[in-house]
Design a protein around this ligand. Structure first.
Ligand SMILES: [Zn+2]
Length: 193
């Protein structure tokens, strides 16, 4: 696919706590980190814009079980668990988008309470390509918001991974994103010309 300066890659929450060994891990987090690195470097080499979201919570965040939420404590700002996966290589010029900094709200979407939309507007971005973690939470909600804000949204189907509290949550999330107007693309299709 042709990629240019009106295209943005959104690398969603490829952080230690969502990867094997983390407190809210998905099974394929390590592989997703490597795939999104390849895509990000390729994207940047073709003048695409690269954004990486980072869940970045205060210790008393309401999504944590200790505070009445449904999640184990994860991605506490400044902690090792909140750092990007060691294999995630972001090209120079990438923008980091931190979310979930307020005590309230899950902030699954990269657009939720962040400056992502204003960055995309300023850069005249029209298409966004979304991959990362986790499929049925942050990836799905980022895609929904992108579509709702009028962007053409692509899901990188082999560079996402799900929590799968129910075994088919990943497929249901993908079906829902596609039914909402997102388009599927693989890393090979994206990186290939
Ligand atoms: Zn979170």
């Amino acid at each position: 696919m042709n990629i240019g300066s009106n295209d943005a890659l959104i690398v969603v929450d490829v952080q230690n706590d969502f990867c094997p060994g983390g407190t809210a891990a998905v099974e394929d987090g390590d592989a997703v980190a490597r795939k999104m690195s390849d895509v990000a470097l390729n994207f940047r080499s073709r003048d695409g814009r690269v954004f990486a979201t980072q869940d970045w919570h205060p210790t008393d965040h309401r999504s944590f079980a200790d505070n009445g939420g449904i999640w184990p404590t994860h991605c506490v700002r400044g902690s090792q668990g909140a750092e990007f996966h060691k294999d995630l290589k972001l090209p120079i010029g990438s923008s980091i988008v931190r979310k979930g900094e307020d005590v309230e709200g899950d902030a699954y979407s990269g657009f939720d309470g962040t400056s992502l939309e204003s960055h995309l507007e300023r850069l005249s971005v029209r298409r966004v390509f979304v991959g990362g973690l986790s499929t049925e939470y942050a990836v799905q909600h980022t895609v929904y918001d992108a579509l709702q804000k009028g962007y053409s949204a692509f899901v990188i189907t082999d560079a996402i991974s799900a929590v799968n509290a129910n075994p088919d949550d990943d497929q249901r999330a993908l079906d829902s994103m596609l039914a909402s107007g997102a388009k599927p693309i693989t890393t090979d299709e994206l990186i290939g010309q």
